[in-house]
Design a protein around this ligand. Structure first.
Ligand SMILES: [Zn+2]
Length: 286
């Protein structure tokens, strides 16, 4: 056999070995949505939000109490009231500020699982402990009892035809959004684009806080707060594109309405990225 052919065969064999090694390395990575919802408690140790909200995990999570001054957590059985301690503190402070302004208790929906990671249902994001869903609906005067809390189904603020229902979205909901957007640490807040349009009806001089209120599909019964990566979380990656300057009440928002139901500005659904390798040890940690 000529020597060049032997060399080529040897190179091909090396390439084969390399590809095998790569596939084995990836096989060792934590698979999507596998086991993350089964871990009952957080990974202890240094707090870290790792990855992006749609592919990441969380170490050293804090837990939001089921009840506190100005808030009530819904659907406790889901065990999703975990988050980066900054998120826990953010909710506590926001609830206290709402109470000071005379708002009824805040109904808190999903945060993250104890170690973050993909959820088997409900969300693509919420994986790094920096996201929380907060309801537009006010708590009843005496709060919910345990059964009502578990069976809680949030109510939309839109009428059947899609218009905003003024009985369900008014000054109170706007106050919550403003408080949430003006609180330190917020990266962005997602609301239904019809709600954003309504908020844009305010005089331009009082709309600066709308900068962080981002139009999206859904999000008509809750608003979704996402915190920026905390300074100490070195493996935390920023999510999404930079928010354009201004209050977001112009062309970008209008594009959500044309043609009806098919907003061209909506970004394409991204391919689900893989979890960072570091998440394997977070999932496996005692
Ligand atoms: Zn959400």
């Amino acid at each position: 056999m000529p020597q060049t052919v032997v060399h080529r065969l040897f190179l091909l064999f090396l390439l084969f070995l390399l590809s095998l090694a790569c596939s084995l390395a990836w096989a060792g990575a934590p698979s999507q949505a596998q086991g993350w919802d089964k871990v009952p408690g957080p990974a202890v140790g240094t707090t870290a939000s790792i990855g992006v909200p749609t592919a990441g995990c969380l170490a050293g999570a804090g837990h939001l109490a089921a009840d506190g001054p100005g808030w009530q957590v819904m659907r406790l059985g889901r065990n999703r009231a975990w988050g980066h301690p900054d998120l826990v503190a953010y909710i506590q402070t926001l609830a206290a500020r709402g109470a000071l302004e005379g708002l009824p208790p805040l109904l808190v929906g999903d945060m993250s699982q104890p170690r973050g990671g993909p959820m088997p249902s409900g969300h693509r994001s919420h994986q790094t402990g920096l996201d929380v869903d907060l309801m537009f609906e006010a708590a009843p005067e005496n709060g919910f009892d345990a059964a009502q809390r578990e069976a809680f189904q949030p109510r939309t603020t839109l009428k059947a035809g899609g218009e905003v229902d003024p009985g369900r979205f008014g000054h109170q909901q706007e106050q919550w959004l403003r408080l949430a957007a003006e609180s330190p640490g917020v990266d962005r807040i997602f609301v239904n684009y019809r709600l954003k349009k309504l908020l844009c009806g305010a005089p331009a001089a009082s709309r600066a806080w709308l900068h962080k209120i981002r139009p999206w599909n859904g999000h008509d019964e809750h608003f979704h707060v996402r915190l920026a990566c905390p300074g100490a979380s070195g493996d935390c990656l920023a999510s999404g594109a930079t928010i354009p300057d201004g209050d977001g009440c112009g062309r970008e928002l209008d594009s959500w309405f044309e043609p009806p139901g098919k907003p061209p500005a909506k970004p394409p659904t991204p391919i689900r990225p893989s979890l960072p390798r570091a998440c394997a040890s977070i999932l496996a940690a005692p």
